[in-house]
Design a protein around this ligand. Sequence first.
Ligand SMILES: Cc1ncc(COP(=O)(O)O)c(C=O)c1O
Length: 430
Amino acid sequence: MPTKFLITRSYAQQLDKEDPLAAYRKEFLFPQQSTSGAYFCGHSLGLQPKKTKELFMQELEDWEHWAVEGHWKAKNPWLTYHQSFAKPLSVLTGAYPDEVVAMNSLTANLHFMFASFYRPTGKKIKIITEAWNFPSDRFALESLVKLYGYDPKKVIIELKPAKKDAYLSTDEICAVIQKNKDSVALVMMSGVNYYTGQAYDMSRITQAAHLAGAFAGFDLAHAIGNMPLQLHDWKVDFAVWCSYKYLNGGPGAVGGAFIHQQHGHDKTTPRMAGWWGHDQDTRFNLKGSYKPVSGAAGFQVSNAPVFNMIGLKASLDLYMQAGLPAINKKRKVMFDYMLFLLKALCTPDQKKKFVVKIITPVTANEHGAMVSIRVEKDMGKELVDILTKKGFVVDWREPDVIRVAAVPLYNKYEEIYLFALELSKHTVLL
Ligand SMILES: Cc1ncc(COP(=O)(O)O)c(C=O)c1O
């Protein structure tokens, strides 16, 4: 890894030449729009792995050829289709294969996990979460407490940074948990915040939650495939994610869940039940009482949405081939390179129209691939338009942030260079 970067295009090209993951770029399809710039929106919708089409055709042919018998006779039998995800998902999350399952969608999985892990008793009814959590997570939490007859304003404690512009420090988060130890039942955070790009210390937050006698759960939408995770060792109780961001599963692709063995193997763990979570040997007897499969698979309710899992299958194969150590290493270098260039190039100049600030924490382990660039004075959308016209696919989050992510499996260093150069023509970095 270079300790110092240079500000030339040829240097960026050299980094690409030396990149051990460079060959993976060819495995993805790029939108027309990004040909003159770069696709930097993998934090929102990952690109399509080329193999997806072939895998789709396989399932279409198996459906045509076998119809109902495809459940047993398809090349990848549909009855057990979901099982092939356990191993790669366990690698990505730092879990045992029986702690993870591909199922449902992200917000649906949040509700499912709340059914299992929000167990208000006596005074212990409160939920601690980020004030700036993604709206779907906030809505899910509010509807949950209303189901129990509580007032969300009284029961949900929202974590806000002490200072404007400051991040939520782990000390701050743990102090709030400790302060509310008599009343907190659940701590629910994101792994990486969708807006700031801040990665939280899930291990310490979980520890603090457990010391307070609460469960700890995480929404890993922006964390899975984007940073090293050790959910089992961190003793996280549950986690959920979607597969359409860094996991390249395609729009609305199947979600996933982690349930720690401690709860997954405990058949008394409360859960929403359905036949696909029931013991595989007697699933088709269609009589008798519910007997959950041991582990995360026992939290499924429905049969696998095969067509909604194909992109994920193609992408996870690439993740496993490339290996997480190489992916994480490149992600770190790309993030540092982006920061270096923005600092070096976005220097003061009266002709420049926009003033920007990076709000993502820069310390290693406190961020993933995404850089959140705050645009001052309500001018952000104008800047997004300029970048879009130049072929840079980035996204905008209200009220004032442009999100940009260089993804190790398919982005190039040269694209980062060209982006920084374009941005620097218009902006001064605070
Ligand atoms: C952090 C976070 N939570 C929840 C969601 C909602 O996901 P879904 O529509 O798949 O339920 C998203 C979607 O982008 C998200 O980024």
